[in-house]
Design a protein. Structure first.
Length: 251
């Protein structure tokens, strides 16, 4: 329980940036002595530092989308390859916008008949070359920053699709705040897709963990399959075991 509380506390500090000890006491409903002890343990990791009356996150800032494709690229390709191997013939899948999810397309077998639902320009451009793929696009406004189509006038239009698998991206992933992103228009689509899909896959390289942004589109425990790279903390391994999340780590 203590390890879980420490992880939640650290995730919360990273999500808000700077926070007072009094605010931590109120948010987690614990005494100031408990908060001080927990904070002192986290300080030893070097991911936070003390400021007057509280603490602040010193975790590197989240990388802007336009620069993410150059970050951890080999890991993202491996994650995309593993995700593609989990797609089956006749699947109707959603592929989210993101610099990791778009790597799936080149690894999808041409022998499979697939339907891909997406709002990602990169996925659309890659998928049009494959005759075995039926492509359905969503979103009626183009967002250049993330190369995605956002905003749907009636989100219930997504309900008519029987999505067998949703391959999702996230700007940040944490136990406390789940799968997060920072755009309200993308959030609405992600949230509805995550609720609708029969199986929810999260594709996220190891650098995304322990971070969060303003909007949670799904709690972490709702993920069915987690595909990542590198080593995760024991806290995340325990969480996956507890919630029966299938874990793939691409070396």
């Amino acid at each position: 329980m203590k390890e879980k509380r420490l992880q939640h506390l650290e995730d919360y500090i990273h999500s808000v940036g700077t926070v007072s000890l009094d605010e931590l006491c109120e948010y987690f409903n614990v005494s100031k002595n408990t908060v001080r002890r927990d904070v002192n343990q986290i300080l030893e990791k070097g991911t936070i530092q003390k400021v007057y009356g509280g603490v602040t996150s010193v975790t590197p800032a989240l990388i802007p989308f336009e620069n993410r494709d150059h970050t951890n690229h080999p890991e993202k390709v491996k994650i995309g390859q593993q995700a593609a191997a989990l797609v089956e013939d006749q699947d109707l899948i959603f592929i989210d916008s993101g610099t990791t999810t778009r790597n799936m397309i080149e690894f999808l077998p041409s022998s499979q008949q697939l339907t891909i639902l997406t709002n990602s320009l990169d996925v659309i451009n890659a998928a049009v070359a494959f005759e075995n793929i039926t492509l359905i696009t969503i979103g009626n406004r183009y967002k250049r920053k993330t190369k995605s189509f956002v905003s749907i006038d009636d989100l219930h239009i997504l309900d008519k699709y029987n999505i067998s698998k949703a391959f999702m991206a996230a700007t940040g992933v944490s136990i406390a705040h789940g799968l997060t992103n920072s755009d309200i228009l993308e959030y609405e689509i992600k949230k509805r897709i995550a609720e609708k899909a029969q199986t929810l896959y999260l594709l996220a390289d190891a650098s995304k963990f322990g971070k969060s942004t303003q909007l949670t589109y799904a709690p972490l425990h709702e993920v069915d399959v987690l595909i990542t790279s590198g080593a995760l903390s024991e806290e995340y391994h325990s969480f996956c075991r507890e919630h029966r999340i299938e874990l793939y780590i691409c070396k």
